[in-house]
Design a protein around this ligand. Structure first.
Ligand SMILES: Nc1ncnc2c1ncn2[C@@H]1O[C@H](COP(=O)(O)OP(=O)(O)O)[C@@H](O)[C@H]1O
Ligand SMILES: [Mg+2]
Length: 241
């Protein structure tokens, strides 16, 4: 029997693992003993109905929320049990985030928005802005470096958000419904850019989406149901039709 086509990162130890993750908000747990692996150079899509716990899982994996039980391990080191300051520093240095609405700072130009995670990480302004402008160019909006978010379309703002998530060279990009606020064509374009840039950079991608066409482009896909993960098998050809 032929093995599954090995993508980059397959067969090597996972970059990030969640084991036995349980998380609730007072009532019944939203996540109930979830196990998940994130591999270098691969994209993992998380799908599931609204309210099923997708964002909760992303926040637990990204050390935003501590789990009630279980562990999150990054390159062999546990990260979920660190204090808030240590987790914040880790998120800034090692992770990139893209949300449904770009959450750009309205008072800052595009290049300053992209440079912000680097500046918060201690980079000096000149080099950070140069790197930011390179990334904006790579994402096809090099002409918009001096625009503020209010002077851009939704798709352009999401490109800025993608640049911001990647410019500091994160190991993992977490994207929560990154194309959910965009029209179909802009969503497809933005998804293409996100997958292509993450793959080129060698980072891992964890992407939450309602959009099965987007999930079908990921290397792996799981769905959350009743607090647990199930593998999903998506056929790109049929989903795209
Ligand atoms: N901060 C919170 N406080 C209380 N309940 C929450 C909170 N965040 C999420 N929930 C609840 O947890 C469940 C899962 O939410 P969420 O992870 O946001 O799901 P999804 O992203 O799949 O829509 C929902 O029932 C939601 O109402
Ligand atoms: Mg959500």
């Amino acid at each position: 029997m032929l093995p599954d086509a090995p993508g980059p990162g397959a067969g090597t130890p996972p970059l990030l693992t969640g084991r036995g993750l349980t998380k609730g908000y007072g009532g019944a747990p939203v996540l109930h003993g979830v196990d998940v692996d994130v591999h270098r150079g691969r994209a993992l899509a998380i799908v599931g109905p609204s309210g099923s716990g997708k964002s909760t899982l992303l926040h637990v994996l990204a050390a935003v929320l501590p789990p009630d039980d279980g562990a999150v391990v990054l390159e062999g080191r546990r990260i979920d049990d660190r204090g808030e300051r240590a987790r914040a520093a880790l998120r800034r240095s090692t992770f990139g985030f893209v949300f449904q609405q770009g959450l750009l700072v309205p008072e800052l130009d595009a290049d300053e928005n992209v440079a912000l995670p680097m500046l918060l990480g201690g980079a000096s302004r000149g080099p950070a802005l140069r790197t930011a402008r390179e990334w904006l160019g790579r994402l096809g909006i090099g002409d918009l470096v001096a625009r503020r978010p209010g002077e851009m379309s939704g798709g352009q703002m999401q490109r800025v958000a993608v640049a911001r998530a990647l410019a500091h060279g994160p190991a993992i990009v977490f994207a929560d419904e990154p194309t959910g606020a965009l029209d179909t064509d802009t969503a497809a374009e933005t998804a293409d850019l996100l997958f292509a840039t993450v793959r080129e950079s060698g980072s891992a991608l964890v992407v939450i989406t309602h959009d099965l066409a987007l999930a079908a482009r990921a290397d792996d896909a799981v769905s959350i149901r009743r607090g647990a993960l199930e593998p999903v098998v998506l056929e790109p050809a049929t989903v795209a039709a």
